[in-house]
Write a protein that binds this ligand. Structure first.
Ligand code: SF4
Length: 425
């Protein structure tokens, strides 16, 4: 299959935006933009933008390297330098890329960080990752500790705790590194742009309630979340992209068309699935093909919520800028406890009239993998909808066994078919 296969206008726009973003980062030193590394879940894009910094997101670099078949070499380099086989492969890919000269996925060199902004939203690896980068680059770290939603609630004291840290830790660190004063009006302006884009993104994700679904909310979904999960939340470019995407999806809806795959429009929709867990990036297109060749469309996924659970109603709010950022961090999928994750998936199974629920368990991502088998059992018990389980990895090609995954998927689709036939008789 060609890697540059069929692309819709929004996908083209997205590609240009991400390419432009890497060029901008490469020139950050020349144009006087301090460089801040930060993670996707809990990223404070609008605040970073208000301070005129260039955000670098190590997970995006790693997944882009995976898609461009560069991750195996970077992982090998990191393992040679002593990082264990069990470590999250995003981390090893990032460290290996840095050891190889920090040349980013588009061939541009990514500058070293002036600040590591660690917004801690549920994954312990985030802390270890930035400890390694601090050791390597010797730059300051500002840590925003976001309390885990252990009982599924965001309380007032949690909100106050995060807002207080924004005021006393994060904003002073950004003031120091940029030499600028905090400008709340500029932050609010950006938050208003975020909310506009978030409205359109949610509309796009919820379009999958239709039959046929005009989108694939996992494989196609990762393209849709790209701008809002990276550097384009709180920007005019971000708003423009989601408007374009929405118009495109509206067109497919009007024409009663399914999603567009790399091989062109998808054929008949036979299975509607909800998927839990990140995708594999090293064989992304091959993985996706295993679904659309069988007529399986993903109507909702949890991975498209790691950078924000907008479909549960949250929007960034210019009327209360810091509290809104705190709420955002607290509500990211990675910060939800297991019962909250199960409840969200159960809702998806119901709202999107799904036939099945599939877990892609990631070998090196402990944060996502813990408890996934329990989730499958619990969801089957609650809904009677059959669960499936496959295993792969994020960016380590050694753990993508195409034949094995294909076999499992085929048996799983067969099982859904038999269940349907049994229900009719
Ligand atoms: S959530 Fe998973 S993939 Fe992301 S940093 Fe944590 S362990 Fe790695």
């Amino acid at each position: 299959m060609r890697l540059d296969a069929r692309k819709e206008p929004a996908m083209e726009r997205q590609k240009e935006m991400i390419g432009g973003y890497f060029k901008r980062i490469a020139r950050a030193r020349q144009i006087g933009e301090p460089v801040v590394y930060t993670f996707v879940p809990g990223n404070l894009a609008e605040l970073l933008g208000a301070f005129g910094t260039a955000p670098v997101l190590p997970e995006i670099n790693a997944l882009q390297s995976g898609m461009r078949k560069k991750s195996a070499e970077y992982i090998a380099r990191a393992e040679k330098a002593g990082h264990s086989e069990d470590v999250c492969t995003y981390v090893k890919c990032d460290i290996g890329m840095s050891l190889a000269g920090n040349v980013g996925p588009t061939g541009d060199v990514i500058p070293n960080p002036d600040l590591l902004l660690l917004s801690y939203t549920g994954c312990f690896t985030f802390m270890k990752w930035f400890e390694l980068l601090k050791e390597r680059y010797g730059c300051p770290v500002a840590m925003l500790h976001v309390p885990y939603q252990w009982d599924g609630q965001i309380t007032d004291s949690m909100l106050r705790y995060v807002v207080e840290q924004l005021k006393t830790v994060v904003i002073p660190a950004l003031e120091k590194v940029t030499g600028r004063k905090y400008d709340e009006a500029e932050l609010a302006r950006r938050l208003a742009l975020s909310a506009q884009a978030e409205d359109d993104l949610v509309w796009v994700l919820e379009s999958a309630r239709n039959r046929p679904s005009p989108i694939d909310a996992y494989f196609g979904g990762v393209y849709s979340i790209g701008p809002i999960f990276s550097a384009f939340r709180g920007t005019e470019d971000g708003v423009g992209y989601y408007k374009l995407l929405r118009e495109e999806v509206q067109g497919r809806l009007d024409r009663k068309e399914g999603p567009v795959t790399p091989d062109g429009p998808m054929g008949e929709e036979k299975y509607r699935l909800v998927v839990e867990g990140p995708p594999n990036w090293t064989s992304f297109r091959e993985f996706w093909k295993m679904f659309y060749d069988e007529g399986a469309v993903v109507v909702a996924s949890t991975y498209t919520k790691v950078g924000g659970t907008y479909d549960t109603g949250f929007r960034h709010d210019p009327a209360s800028p810091l509290e809104s950022l705190a709420r955002y961090c607290l509500g990211c999928y990675t910060n939800l406890n297991l019962p909250a994750r199960v409840a969200l998936i159960e809702k998806y199974l119901h709202d999107y009239a799904a036939d099945g629920f599939l877990v892609n368990s990631i070998k090196s991502c402990n944060s996502f993998s813990a408890g996934q088998l329990v989730m499958v059992r619990e969801l089957e018990k609650r809904t009677g909808i059959p669960g499936g389980f496959i295993e792969s990895d994020l960016v380590d090609p050694r753990y993508f066994s195409a034949a094995n995954i294909k076999n499992r998927l085929e048996s799983y689709f067969q099982m859904i078919k038999q269940k349907r036939a049994a229900a009719v008789h």
